[in-house]
Design a protein around this ligand. Structure first.
Ligand code: SF4
Ligand code: SF4
Length: 382
């Protein structure tokens, strides 16, 4: 569970950082995590698990993954403090390749850290207290660590409005078990409740967000790189997320898993946060679809109305290359591959989790309201 100190942490530190450059980005990250109190948390020999966001095998310039220079700043401090460090992740797809392509493995090994692919490492099933997903598999290295650090990426998110330090914790669930969590949750509200529980179980004592160049629009994988010029860090991941989201113009009220965390007493209210540092704000383009708060309520309480009127239609566009990745990513088996053609959707089986949109390497998948009325689609057309 989230440490008491992190639970009550109202302070969030922001550092301006205008570019990725060796000796600059890593040094600013290093200072930021020291200002955030990392030296007080670590003693020599302590086992520290560092969790970057490697959503897939994308090069750093795509801005979908934590930049290796930001990771380097964190690893540098941990080495100075004498910690035993493991860098671990389970990506949406192809974790082993993601660890290579993003530059994560190289920087981790350079700092003497162990690198773990959670897809193939040991895991333990933890009682969640949630009836629909009673046991959540978590990488054993996370449970065994003395301290966990989330090193996330600043992104808008197609299904959940925003992706930062809390959402980064979902990658402690190994491989396809992440999809099972989506499938068992079925609704957005329940999935976000599971997401918050996974953050609680991961219990990062420090969270860092790489927002030097973030991703706007259809993140976490198919948006556009956008310069924000910031690094954000703090003890409470939800506090860090709220500040980072506000910096790029995403209303905290729209990020329902964060508002749920505040209501549940897991994070201070946004109004009560104490921000150290004053960078310029920048506005990120919104995703072309995010479920409205009211739709999520209707989905939970009157699913037949949601199904008939509000459930978005998942569409596959012309940029599809028939790679089949979305078929693999669908937790409900709602997509069927076809030779040299776009997959076919079984609309009745679809739970609109949008894992397919996240996994598609060609930005071919979108969600549109069933009635075709774009007034219903938050953020409007792309
Ligand atoms: S929609 Fe995307 S993921 Fe699915 S087959 Fe086409 S290109 Fe591949
Ligand atoms: S088709 Fe896409 S949105 Fe529908 S259940 Fe499968 S992954 Fe989720």
């Amino acid at each position: 569970m989230i440490p008491e100190q992190a639970l009550n942490a109202k302070r969030v530190h922001i550092s301006a950082c205008d570019r990725y450059e060796s000796g600059h980005t890593d040094e600013l990250t290093r200072r930021l995590v020291l200002d955030s109190g990392l030296a007080d948390m670590v003693t020599p020999g302590m086992a520290v698990l560092v969790k970057p966001n490697l959503v897939g095998p994308y090069r750093p310039d795509r801005a979908a993954t934590t930049h290796p220079l930001v990771l380097e700043g964190v690893l540098c401090v941990l080495r100075e403090l004498g910690a035993r460090v493991t860098v671990g992740e389970s990506s949406m797809t192809k974790t082993r390749k993601a660890l290579e392509v993003t530059g994560t493995r190289e920087v981790a090994l350079r700092y003497g850290a162990q690198v773990l692919d959670f897809d193939v490492s040991e895991y333990v099933e933890i009682q969640s207290g949630l009836s629909y997903v009673p046991r959540i598999p978590i990488a054993k290295a996370v449970i065994d660590a003395d301290l966990v650090i989330s090193v996330a990426k600043l992104k808008t998110h197609y299904a959940n409005a925003f992706s930062g330090a809390v959402k980064n914790c979902f990658g402690v669930v190994p491989g396809r078990m992440k999809l099972q969590t989506h499938g068992l949750s079925r609704t957005k509200a329940r999935f976000e409740q599971a997401l918050v529980r996974i953050w609680q179980l991961t219990s990062p004592a420090l969270s860092v967000i790489d927002g030097v160049i973030g991703m706007e629009g259809n993140g976490p994988t198919n948006g556009r790189p956008k310069h924000a010029g910031v690094l954000v860090a703090g003890r409470n991941a939800a506090s860090v997320d709220m500040v980072a989201a506000d910096l790029v113009g995403v209303p905290v009220a729209d990020i329902t898993y964060l508002t749920a965390a505040v209501r549940g007493g897991l994070a201070p209210r946004f109004e009560d946060l104490e921000v150290v540092g004053a960078p310029e704000t920048v506005r990120f383009a919104r995703p072309s679809y995010v479920m409205r708060r009211m739709d999520a309520v209707i989905e939970s309480y009157t699913p037949w109305i949601y199904e008939k009127l509000l459930k978005p239609r998942v569409l596959i566009g012309e940029s599809c290359r028939s790679c089949g990745v979305c078929v693999e990513a669908c937790p409900e088996g709602a997509l069927r591959s076809r030779q040299d053609m776009a997959p076919v959707l079984d609309d009745a089986a679809c739970i609109t989790c949008l894992c397919c949109q996240e996994a598609c390497p060609s930005d071919a998948i979108s969600a549109r309201n069933r009635l075709g009325d774009r007034r219903f689609v938050r953020g409007g057309p792309r």
